[in-house]
Design a protein around this ligand. Structure first.
Ligand code: CP
Ligand code: NVA
Length: 306
C-alpha cells in the first residue's frame, strides 16, 4: 500500500519514532562525511510549489539527491494547478512519469485530490491546513534538545497550518500543547477535535488560552510563526494590530522558565511576531529546526520507500 503524508496524523507514534531513528542515522552519516546513499536511486520526484519556499524546496531537493534520487521543480506558473488543468488531470499525468510528488498548495483539498488520483506517494510540503514535515522536523529538534518528546510546547500567535500540525503531533506523542491566541484565531476546529480525541488515548493535553504571559509560565519550548500566512497578505494590516500583544520578545520570555527555548518555522517577520533580540538570542533554536527539515524529510522518505 502506498503511504501519503498529507497530515501529521498519517503516521502512528511507532512510525514517527522509526522516522526519527532513520533521520538521526542519516544525519550522523552526513556529519561523518558518508552522506551519499542509494535509498532513492532511480526514483524521480515532482516538486509542485504553488507558493514560494526556501527551506522546504532546498531540503527536499537536496535530501532526495543525497539519497540518490532526482527532482523536477514545478513553479507556480508552470502548472497553474486547477487553472490551466484540473488537479485530477495533473495528478493522473504525473502518475505515469514520477515515483512521488511533494506539493505545496493553497488548498489542502488539492493534496487530497492528488493523492486519490495517484498510485505513488504524495507528501504535503505545506497547505492551508497543515505543515506536517515542519512539525516532524520540529519534534526531532525537541527530541535532540530535551531527550524526550512529552514536553510543554507553547505556541504564541496564529492558529495556522503550523499550529495545527504541531498540535496534532503533540497529541500523538503524548505531550502538552498550549496555544495562546486572540479570539477568532484558534487552530482549525476539526483539528482541535481530532487532537483532543487522540490526546484522550495518549495522555496528551491540548489547551487554547488567551494570555501569552500565563501560557509561557510552564513552557519548555515557546513557538511562534507569522501572523499573516502566505495567501493572507490582504489581512496583514488588521492582523498586525490584533496580534501585537502576542509578540515573542524579551518581556514575554521573562515570564517563562529559564530553560525554555524559542522556536520559529521561518521565514520570520522580524519586529512583528518576534523581535531581533529573541530570534538571534541564545535561546533561539530556529536554525537547528531549519537544519532538521533536511534530516526529518530524508527519514520520512526512507520510511515511505523502504
Ligand atoms: N519553514 C518553511 O517551510 O520555510 P519555507 O517556506 O522557506 O519552505
Ligand atoms: N504559516 C506560514 C508558514 C510558512 C512556512 C505560512 O503558511 O505562510
Amino acid at each position: 500500500m502506498k503511504r501519503d503524508y498529507l497530515s501529521v496524523a498519517d503516521l502512528t507514534r511507532e512510525e514517527i519514532e522509526l522516522v526519527f531513528r532513520l533521520s538521526l542515522e542519516m544525519k550522523e552519516e552526513l556529519e561523518r562525511g558518508r552522506g551519499k546513499r542509494e535509498d532513492l536511486s532511480g526514483r524521480l520526484f515532482a516538486l509542485i510549489f504553488e507558493k514560494p519556499s526556501l527551506r522546504t524546496r532546498v531540503t527536499f531537493e537536496g535530501g532526495i539527491k543525497q539519497m540518490g534520487g532526482d527532482t523536477i521543480y514545478l513553479a507556480p506558473q508552470d502548472i497553474q494547478l486547477g487553472k490551466r488543468e484540473a488537479v485530477k488531470d495533473v495528478a493522473r499525468n504525473l502518475n505515469r512519469w514520477v515515483d512521488g510528488v511533494v506539493a505545496r498548495v493553497f488548498s489542502h483539498d488539492s493534496l487530497v485530490e492528488m493523492a486519490e488520483n495517484m498510485d505513488v506517494p504524495v507528501v504535503n510540503a505545506l497547505s492551508d491546513l497543515e505543515h506536517p514535515c515542519q512539525a516532524l522536523a520540529d519534534y526531532l529538534t525537541i527530541f535532540e534538545k530535551a531527550g524526550r518528546v512529552d514536553v510543554n510546547l507553547v505556541f504564541v500567535g496564529d492558529g495556522n497550518n503550523v499550529a495545527n500540525s504541531l498540535m496534532l503531533l503533540t497529541a500523538i506523542l503524548g505531550g502538552n500543547f498550549t496555544i495562546a491566541c486572540p479570539e477568532g484565531y484558534e487552530p482549525t476546529a476539526q483539528i482541535i477535535e481530532r487532537a483532543k480525541e487522540i490526546a484522550e488515548k495518549t495522555g496528551a493535553s491540548i489547551e487554547v488560552v488567551r494570555s501569552p504571559q500565563e501560557a509561557v509560565k510552564k513552557a519548555d519550548f515557546i513557538y511562534t510563526d507569522v501572523w499573516a500566512s502566505m495567501g493572507q497578505e490582504a489581512e496583514a494590516e488588521v492582523r498586525n494590530r490584533i496580534f501585537r500583544p502576542y509578540q515573542v520578545n524579551s518581556e514575554l520570555l521573562s515570564h517563562a522558565p529559564s530553560h525554555a527555548l524559542v522556536m520559529h518555522c521561518l521565514p520570520a517577520r522580524r519586529g512583528l511576531e518576534i523581535t531581533d533580540e529573541v530570534l538571534d538570542g541564545e535561546r533561539s533554536i530556529v536554525l537547528d529546526q531549519a537544519e532538521n527539515r533536511l534530516h526529518a524529510q530524508k527519514g520520512l522518505l526512507k520510511f515511505i520507500y523502504q
